[in-house]
Ligand binder design. Sequence first.
Ligand code: SAM
Ligand code: ZN
Length: 1002
Amino acid sequence: MSIPKECKRLIEVDFPIAAVSAHSAREKSIRHGHPSTLHLWWARRPLAACRSVLLGLLLPDPCDKHCPADFKKKARELLEKRYNESTKTDELLREILLKFIGEFANWDHAANAMYLEVGRGLVKAAHPDETPVVVDPFSGGGSIPLEALRLGCEAFASDLNPVACLILKTLLEDIPRYGNAEFKLKDDKGKEIIVQGLADALRHVGKQVKQAAEKELAQYYPPDPDGAKPIAYLWARTVRCEAVGCGAEIPLLRSFWLCNKAGRKRALRYAVERPKNGEPFVRFEIFTPKTDKDIPAGTVHKADATCPCCNVVLPAARVRSQLVVQRGGADVQFDAKGNRIGGSTLLGVVTQREETSGKTFRLPAASDYKAVFSAQKVVAKMPKSDLPDEQINPIRPSPNARGLSAPTRYGIETFGDLFTARQKLLLRGFADASESADSLLREVLSLAFGKLANASTSLCRWDSSRDNIQGIFSKQAVQVVWDFCEGNPLSSATGGFLSAVEWVAAVSENWLSSESAQVQCADACRSPLPDKSINVWFTDPPYYDSIPYADLSDFFYVWLKRILPKHPLLTLRFDPTTKLTPKIEECVWNQSYIVDGKPKDGAFFEHAMARAFAEGRRVMSDDGISCVVFAHKTTEGWESLLTGMFRAGWMITASWPITTEMANRTVARDTAALAGSVHLVCRPRDLNAGVGDWSEVKTAMEKRIREWLPTLTKHGVRGADAIFSCLGPALESYSKFEKVLTQADREVPLGGDPEASEPQERGFLAYVFETLSKEALRQVLGDAQTEGYEEDARLTALFLWTLQTTKTNGNGKKAAEVTGDGEDEGDEEKPAKAVGGLSMPFDTFIRLTRPMGIHYPDLQGRIIEIDKGIVQLLPVHERMEQLLGERANRKDAEFNIQDFRQGELFSKQATKSDAPKLASKTQTKSGNQKDPNELTTLDRIHRSMLLFSLGRSTLLRQVLEDEMQKNKRFERLALSLNALYPEGSDERRMLEGVQAAMRGVK
Ligand SMILES: C[S@@+](CC[C@H](N)C(=O)[O-])C[C@H]1O[C@@H](n2cnc3c(N)ncnc32)[C@H](O)[C@@H]1O
Ligand SMILES: [Zn+2]
């Protein structure tokens, strides 16, 4: 018997978010053989998160009275394979199930036979009659359907984008089907041979493709006379100095470093030559720098170029115009005889000998230019359509995303302009050489070709600290690179073709699912699936304007369509007006495309998402379950997405934030708690769900939060994670009804104007945040209402509480910094920019503080600073002058207790310039206006913290004696704050000092 509709699924009652977050973060540093390294796709979801969420969605809660007994029996048997602990009671069984989910999230366990047996066994035990069908209509790189296959489900994966679809097909159809197949191939002599498994077949054919390409191309990468082979050429674009009487060529260099590795430091420097007849020029030299100071400063800074011969600055606009004329300036300009007369200049060549792995740097030789000249001549004769002549979209997609538009400002207008002539020849050569491969292998090899293209553009850099090439997409934004690196993909170095093939082969070897998924190119707003046909709808849609997938993917598409001209996934035409990937249907904010006469903006995105949600609801069976991943950079935008889901007939039942940043990274600790992704769990709402009564809905919501928040805290789920974990349960009470009406029959919307007073205007979410803030404060300050803390204390406590991160059970190994070959995840969930100190987005700040009656403008400049949508909690050190007067900064400043004892009126005693700046009007709980100069409890705690840090221990002791005689508030607030200031922060250290001093006073 399958799980009854009434039975809660595990994820609706609990989820091991700390363990799953830690494994998700760690997974980012795993490379070789990880499915994400098959081909670049942006904003890939960690497999750890997908696997565990799927299990939570598929398994019933054993504590639910509707949970099938048979499931519990089988689950107990299965879990015995791993755990000795008792699962006797349903509560214990639930606990162990959650523990298993947390452990199985570990990448090291993903292919472990025991974990697979238990994981799949549990799914089977929960769905004994039919295999669950998992659908992801925004599949991208395929993390969700891949994990569905791993757990023994049927998976249906679709995406609008043909490049994504090709990745999906390889990962979810080809590798499972042919991973272990026998391939009949030819050896180098043309004799038939049998090769076992897709990975080895790829290696075999990859080698042959490389050999064939090498035959044609080797002449363009001539070896040195001593046999060393060039592995990379380091170029600089050039402009002409326009200073009167100069006219020198300025090579544009960001840095003169060649190798910045300890023990092997190499760099360039130059001398200026001033011939009698002609312009001055620079002559380069390679040397071993002793200190950083030996290295010349770059010639280009923020797009302004400085002439190395006369030091005059050529402004950015002129640099740009000169490069526009050169179509970006990546190619060398030659005269008819092959003499260089302009364009890019070769700075140096990195060479390697076959026998050694060490790299050598040398200056350019005539043969280097000769090879480029020959390549240019061949390319000039190629049919135009052989090379990508499609235009790059020059319009910036949105204020938050640049897509590929930046290089177009420098004359790089077509995709072909992204490559030097030799790079074009090379890529075309590999494309031709792969033609002889059988169609399946050719299709899979095209992904290796994508890696090759990524590392073979004139926007690739030489990474002097790692001695390797960075791909065009190794950073989020594609920018013009002044001094670029052209690799030699015939070599075995990174960026080489065989290393690209090896990455693909390794994925194929590691991912051995015997079942394949169904992959289709489809618009999520028009699902090809029939009504009520699926069990799980789990998807991770784009988020507003974060990533213009289609624009970016065109980089690969323009080559793929030439390599696989008849491929069904690449020839499907959604939009006949473009020769590129479909843009109109794409669910993103991209103002460069017009739909119904209007640029695609936030409203378009919301509307498209609502249509996709409605399709999800249509294809979902009545007893199915769903999960939608949303970024939660800010709470803005949430209202409309949730409203879209609600209107489409979904009921939200749970929400789990999963952070993918390591909590021990500074930026993560200070800001990232608010940057992650929330998994919203939902169910199809009954068609006859009826109307809810507002006061009952509100009471139910409050009760749910009041019960849930302390449970989360007990599990170590804290701060913003706790807020987002409460949203789902809070929304359940509202979204289970078709609509919610007040007594006067006014409909209460989900979102609204949080400042309004009536529910029908204010909207449900405002009440949720109000309840959350109140509960959070009650947790951290005791009953804030009766204690009567001033608003600065309440704000500080709430702020610090929100920034707390979930405890990761000590599992937070530091993730290695990864750049690899450009496969970095493009995060849709980058942490808000750290401003220094502790910060959070204004939008979240306001939602939390407003319901608490906190009037933030009065506190600006005192305890918070607001800039560019980010609110910063001022470090206590920065309050020195405010609280102790200007003289506090003077070494010889003398304070004595009398200054402090004159009431709180320190400033009245002080000279004008010494007056603490406490200009705000602080409102007491009773509404009385306080003297603006009177210090609040928080001020007095901060003042003591400052005295501690100034080493004024006697004075601190006297002040504390006074404080502790007055009332308990000082002591209690100090205690609460001590638990809230981040570990390792200055504030925590100072406050601990104050508390130690307080113990001395007692
Ligand atoms: C956040 S990504 C999915 C990433 C994926 N979960 C992964 O782990 O690789 C969102 C995907 O939605 C796709 N997309 C955008 N609009 C779409 C539409 N109308 N129909 C289907 N897919 C669409 C994009 O091409 C992109 O691959
Ligand atoms: Zn000059």
